[in-house]
Design a protein around this ligand. Sequence first.
Ligand SMILES: *Cc1c(COP(=O)(O)O)cnc(C)c1O
Ligand code: SF4
Length: 357
Amino acid sequence: MSTEWQHQLREFVNTIDKLKQYVNLTLEEENFLGTTETIWGTTPYFAALMDPDDPTCPIRRQVIPSIKEQQNRYGMSNYLVWKENRATAEQRPDCIARQYYDRIAFTVTQSCANYCRHCFRKELVIDGNLDLDFDVNEGLDWIADHPEVRDVLVTGGDPFLLSDEKLEYLIRKLRELAHIEMIRFGTRLPIVLPHRITPGLKKIFSPYHHVPIWVNTQCNHPREITDMTAKAIFELLSCGVNVGNQAVLLKGINDDVDTFRALHQKLLTVRIRPYYVFYCEPAPGIDHFRTPLEKGAELIRDALRGHTTGLAQPMYVLATNIGKIPLMPDYYIIKMTEREYTLKNHKGQTTKITKIP
Ligand SMILES: *Cc1c(COP(=O)(O)O)cnc(C)c1O
Ligand code: SF4
């Protein structure tokens, strides 16, 4: 039985001819597409959100490869091996990445429904130059042997590209382990292929279970949010799945105050709770998407804190080989005496509170 989401994948937009049905390519774009061997592509749904005439369109830049990807001044070679601690003493299957004691990242596929040009895992999902074996049963066995792991983050690629049967199996097997207290999925599909949230998928999520499922999606610009996104998120929430967002700070896409605020406000209008904003990582060939490190904290200070609801506030972090490093703007204590603190708000006004020893 064919469903709309599978149809979208069959019609994957990954040739120049198909792309031309959605955008008027610039000469530079077309020349590069004609010579590059990089994996690229998106769904017809996401392609239709691109501005046909503006090569700087925030969605278009995440979809269409740029010749700038061949420049690499600041990226680290073998980035992912370093980042995911693959070369350390603890023996783990390829599918298990570990930076923390109580939680791990479990990679279950290398495929995506949008090959994001800024992806920090591009060595794996786009360049395909890592020889890793993602065996779900091997990962499940490893997790079963590690009772200290209470939180499993299922990632990829895009884990929601797995069939309903495989997802049901994965969730059932994880829930059979007494030490697993929560299951998380990192998936871009609610944004690039909302059709994936089918009645069949809802059926897998719907029955009450004491081990909750959390989804974090990736939305980087308010224009990625449509009525279909809103519907898909509502469906997920309606079967007990919480939905958060992990944006990536991208130069020229969401690194200005207005866009950054609009993104976080619009996420809430479709019931997505902002979770993280990631600094764009030093993977090779994505220099052109990267800002100075301080940029995210400045944006939280100038666009979000006090300027809009606390529900819209993500944590700004740099993901590293030793875990995520919070890079939030300073706390607003501007003075402390023996008796009181002086505090500043987003407008620069001050107030005081008594100090408790
Ligand atoms: C990001 C990440 C996690 C989850 O981190 P949270 O801060 O709990 O969201 C777990 N393991 C690895 C390897 C990660 O990269
Ligand atoms: S969906 Fe995620 S893993 Fe896939 S290319 Fe985009 S950022 Fe990378």
